[in-house]
Design a protein around this ligand. Structure first.
Ligand code: HEM
Length: 410
């Protein structure tokens, strides 16, 4: 098996300035299962093929999420501090027990409909505020409209609080990026996390006092009040939903804009109605692969891709690589706006498959629909600045000029 010392897969800088797509493509071709080491002894196996990534996602007996799903999220094989209490780091049976109420409270049809309306309203407001000739940083001026709509509905809060919550959760994921933090990056992470938890706790207390249960936080609060859920579990999963929802779709939206700018001919198909926004959205999700990988720990020997990964090893499942697998996608390195039978795996698979996938898909599709109907368009006017992270693929700066729609697709 290929062993890579001092691997670039650890390096946030490589993801911000290098070409991780090509590096992963080479691994996929030459060493689909490989071992990556860092000077301090941390090591993980990397799975790069769609079939292997999928097999790992659905093996809930040999692979555990309880030791952290992000490299360095939890160091050395010991459990994450939220292990067993927060969806993303819970194995069975705890996972199912938490997922049921969170799904019922936040991800039911009524909530989805309300989220759709709020996100559309926010996107329209952001787009309507822009005139031909304006130059703005899309990542700051428009992209936040997507997750803010979700926060407003799920957490039952106004736009100002949603904006604040968004900013703090950004620091938690982008804590290695100077665009989000001052001083010590680890201090910023801890401060941001405590602040978000305090904020959610206040919301839960409010809802317990009022008895309201018409949003996700309200439903969790009533479970706490009745003793059916511990306060810790409600807090940690409120945090999980906020982080999961905030630091993903704004990046996807920014990358949708750069993709449209680069693929104007294909975008014309969406504007003309020849390509459905739903079909285009699936390809945007494949192409952007916002969450690049997730991590597991093997709690038994795990055979994958003809290799045996020994018990006690960290294993990383590279979504971004699986989404470009030549065995699954024709012309994998091309953006194909009307790609049919799209087997993108951007949301993972198995029991941890993104609980927010319907929400995220709705957000991106709503954004695509609104952009297609807008009589203006964004033209990228400077090289975008990529997020300093190997975990989230996103942009921290995207300078665009607002032009007449025809100027982009004529
Ligand atoms: C394009 C946007 C998004 C992408 C690419 C994405 C990706 C993912 C992936 C790959 C996982 C699986 C993690 C694992 O297996 O360890 C996941 C889980 C999760 N996501 Fe998302 N996500 C997105 C949007 C959202 C949104 C909008 C929300 C909430 C509103 C959300 C909340 C969560 C939560 C709570 C989990 C944990 C689920 C569990 O462990 O059962 N995500 N997401």
């Amino acid at each position: 098996m290929l062993v890579v010392e001092d691997s670039p897969l650890y390096s946030a800088e490589f993801f911000a300035t290098g070409d991780p797509w090509s590096y992963l493509a080479q691994l996929r071709r030459e060493a689909p299962v490989s071992l990556h080491r860092r000077a301090d002894g941390y090591e993980f196996y990397a799975l790069t093929k769609h079939a292997d990534v999928h097999a790992a996602y659905v093996d809930h007996t040999r692979l555990s999420s309880a030791y952290g799903t992000m490299v360095d999220g939890s160091y050395l094989p010991r459990k994450d501090s939220a292990s067993g209490r927060m969806l993303i780091v819970a194995d069975q049976p705890e996972h199912a027990a938490i997922k049921k109420p969170v799904k019922a409270g936040g991800f039911n049809r009524t909530m989805l409909a309300r989220i759709g309306e709020t996100v559309r309203r926010n996107i329209r407001t952001a787009l309507d505020g822009l005139a031909v000739g304006d130059r703005v940083d899309f990542s700051r001026v428009v992209a936040p409209a997507l997750p803010m709509g979700v926060l407003e509905v799920l957490f039952g809060i106004g736009a100002t609080d949603a904006g604040h919550l968004l900013e703090r959760t950004r620091t938690m994921i982008g804590y290695r990026d100077a665009a989000y933090v001052g001083g010590s990056s680890l201090d910023s992470l801890v401060d941001a996390q405590l602040e978000v938890l305090d904020f959610i706790e206040e919301l839960i207390d409010d809802r317990i006092a009022s008895g309201a249960d018409d949003d996700m936080i309200g439903m969790l609060a009533q479970l706490v009040a009745s003793g059916a859920m511990s306060r810790d579990v409600a807090l940690l999963n409120g945090l999980n939903v906020a982080v999961g929802g905030n630091e993903t779709t704004p990046h996807t939206a920014s990358l949708v804009v750069t993709t449209i700018d680069a693929e104007r001919d294909q975008w014309r198909g969406v504007v003309d109605g020849r390509v459905g926004a739903d079909v285009a959205t699936q390809e945007f999700l494949r192409w952007t692969s916002t969450n690049s990988y997730v991590q597991r720990l093997s709690v038994a020997d795990f055979e994958v891709g003809g290799q045996v990964i020994p018990e006690g090893s960290f294993v990383t499942l590279w979504n971004m690589s699986a989404n470009r697998d030549e065995d699954v996608f024709e012309r994998p390195d091309e953006f194909v706006v009307d790609r049919r039978d799209n087997k993108q795996i951007a949301f993972g698979a198995g029991m941890h498959r993104c609980i927010g996938a319907p929400v995220a898909t709705l957000e991106v599709q709503t954004f695509v629909e609104e952009l297609a109907e807008w009589d203006r368009a964004f033209e990228v006017v400077a090289p975008p600045r990529r997020l300093y992270s190997n975990f989230m693929l996103g942009l921290t700066e995207l300078q665009v000029e607002v032009v007449k729609a025809k100027a982009l697709v004529a």
